[in-house]
Design a protein around this ligand. Structure first.
Ligand SMILES: CC(C)(COP(=O)(O)OP(=O)(O)OC[C@H]1O[C@@H](n2cnc3c(N)ncnc32)[C@H](O)[C@@H]1OP(=O)(O)O)[C@@H](O)C(=O)NCCC(=O)NCCS
Length: 180
């Protein structure tokens, strides 16, 4: 069974303090890539949307990017662009200078090397408005995401509850208010 630290690469005994990372704004031409990565994200967090097709994710991602949401892609080398992570976010309408980070995903092969941490630093330093408050949600059972956000200084602000039928065969599955 996977443990909280199962993403740690065994090949890396020493990791750099800060992973060099570059970013670019995603456009609608990136929707197929984002859809694939979004599906992987939902598989990793065991969200019920993970059963949906890539076409479903693509349609939804296109709708999100055509509305309030923006996405940023991250790579290790801008010269030979290979996406290793992405973030999807939007402003929170009712809260001044607040960003809702809906999705943050680092490729499975690239985790525990500081990419998520550096991606968030870049978003705050170069992408989002200065001093913006950042709001994220994590599924209660997503121990890796919770450990990640807490390691970066995020504090638990509220707890969500649900009452209703659980999907057959997925008794440990909950769904947050806004789906991944
Ligand atoms: C959560 C996620 C973005 C973290 O990305 P990452 O690049 O592996 O994170 P980092 O290497 O920058 O980790 C920074 C710190 O967070 C903590 N952390 C990250 N992953 C962790 C894990 N699996 N278990 C325990 N702590 C973890 C550690 O303190 C880590 O520092 P350390 O490696 O020096 O111990 C990545 O695991 C991911 O994409 N998960 C699937 C998608 C997801 O759940 N996204 C969040 C909800 S939308």
């Amino acid at each position: 069974m996977a443990s909280e630290t199962s993403d740690r690469p065994t090949a890396f005994t020493e990791r750099p303090q800060r992973q060099a990372l570059c970013w670019r704004a995603a456009t609608l031409t990136d929707v197929p890539l984002l859809a694939r990565l979004n599906k992987e994200l939902t598989e990793d967090e065991r969200h019920r949307n993970s059963a949906q097709s890539e076409a479903w994710f693509a349609e939804r991602m296109a709708a999100l990017l055509s509305g309030q949401y923006e996405a940023v892609l991250f790579a290790l080398d801008a010269g030979v662009w290979t996406t290793v992570a992405y973030a999807l976010y939007c402003p929170v309408a009712e809260r001044e200078n607040t960003v809702y980070l809906r999705q943050l995903y680092v490729l499975r092969s690239h985790r525990r090397r500081g990419i998520g941490r550096e991606a968030l630093r870049l978003l705050r330093a170069e992408v989002w408005p200065p001093g913006a408050r950042v709001v994220v949600e994590a599924l209660a059972h997503n121990a890796a995401a919770r450990a990640f956000y807490e390691a970066l200084g995020f504090a638990e602000a509220y707890v969500g509850y649900e009452l209703g039928q659980t999907q057959a065969g997925a008794t440990d599955l909950v769904e947050r208010q806004t789906s991944s």
